[in-house]
Design a protein around this ligand. Structure first.
Ligand code: UT7
Length: 330
């Protein structure tokens, strides 16, 4: 039996208006614009306003994706929202987005695969459509990391930003769409990338607030070592599953954490840097939103065309890693 071809039929993005420049951090913590730029490639990032939550960003990206796909919110039968920074501990952010966009016929669920979340969610959407369970799925990666990172911790505060990307996933014509995917995970037993408190292991208390352990903590070098292996490994696994080689790719959309990680992956994969799309200089690390934000910008610039072969590759907390090969379908 021939399986359905599934692909992205529309994509939308959204970032908050407020720009936080590297130099703005110089007033709060012991850092410099030069350190941030040379160690990460980041120049500025967007921060949500006091009243903006993850669902607000996700809903704006979702509306743009529906417009791009030329379908209405009522046509969506499932929303899969990837986030590490939900609006609430209980009530999924997907359900809040459902209300905001009027997707009255959809089921809705959140997933958390951190910075690999967008690729994990796309993979799940593909499986649901191939199985016949769903027809049109809205995949969203949305984050407001600025409210979950300690602004006084220079190891993390300068790295992250807020944003959202959304894709409408549906059946596409033969020869196009998602060709293959790879999902991986290695449990982070040492806690190199984790928010230690505020969940059920260590619920919120005065002690937690005093030690600021309700904010994300990261051992940067350990994560860096994982990332430089995970990015090439995930991409190669997905390429192998597609029966393809690195040179078959027209473009790669990596998770936008640090330009040095992407340069290392470029060397290992023997794919020139020009094929890696980068916009982390403008948005920083937006976790589950970053790959979609990069892809959306490249589409707007006309850099991805129908028939192009592209890879989406993520890595992050969990520790998770994931990659997907697509033949672009519009
Ligand atoms: O999306 C999740 C995935 N996350 C990632 O992929 C992040 C992976 N890690 C990284 O990108 C890098 O490890 C960082 C950008 C986080 C750090 O870069 P690094 O080159 O690994 O620096 P480091 O941690 O070795 O720190 C070097 C120095 C230290 O000072 P000493 O001990 O040499 O005196 C740090 O205290 O830089 C210092 N430092 C800073 N200095 C100025 C750390 N953060 C800052 C800062 N400004 N913001």
């Amino acid at each position: 039996m021939k399986l359905k071809n599934v692909g992205i039929i529309g994509l939308g993005t959204y970032v908050p208006e407020n720009i936080m420049k590297n130099s703005d951090f110089e007033k709060i913590i012991d850092t410099t614009d030069e350190w941030i730029r040379t160690r990460t490639g980041i120049e500025e990032r967007r921060f949500a306003s006091e009243t903006e939550a993850t669902s607000d960003l996700g809903a704006e990206a979702a509306k743009a994706a529906l417009k791009s796909a030329n379908i209405s919110a009522e046509d969506i039968d499932m929303i899969i929202l990837a986030t590490t920074t939900p609006d609430y501990p209980i009530q999924s952010t997907a359900c809040v987005v459902q209300e905001l966009i009027g997707a009255v016929n959809a089921a809705a669920v959140d997933i958390n695969a951190a910075c690999s979340g967008f690729v994990y969610a796309l993979t799940m959407a593909k499986a649901l459509i191939v199985s016949g369970m769903n027809k049109n799925i809205l995949v969203i990666g949305a984050e407001v990391l600025s409210k979950c990172v300690d602004m006084l911790d220079r190891n993390t505060s300068v790295l992250f930003g807020d944003g959202a990307a959304a894709a409408v996933v549906s059946e596409v014509e033969d020869g196009y769409g998602i060709i293959s995917q790879f999902l991986g995970s290695e449990a982070d037993v040492k806690g190199v990338l984790r928010t230690p408190a505020g969940g059920t292991r260590k619920p919120l208390s005065q002690e937690v607030l005093d030690e600021r352990s309700n904010f994300l903590q990261m051992k940067g070098q350990d994560v860096f070592k994982f990332a430089v292996k995970a990015l090439p490994k995930a991409t190669l696994e997905a390429l192998n599953a597609a029966g393809m080689k690195p040179e078959d790719l027209d473009m790669v959309f990596p998770h936008q954490a640090n330009v040095r990680i992407i340069e290392a992956a470029s060397k290992r994969l023997e794919i020139p840097m020009e094929k890696f799309y980068l916009n982390l200089n403008k948005y920083g690390n937006t976790s589950s939103a970053s790959i979609g934000l990069a892809l959306g910008e490249a589409l707007e610039k006309g850099l991805v065309k129908k028939g192009d072969t592209i890879a989406l590759t993520g890595f992050g907390a969990g520790l998770t890693y994931a990659s997907m090969i697509l033949k672009w379908s519009y």
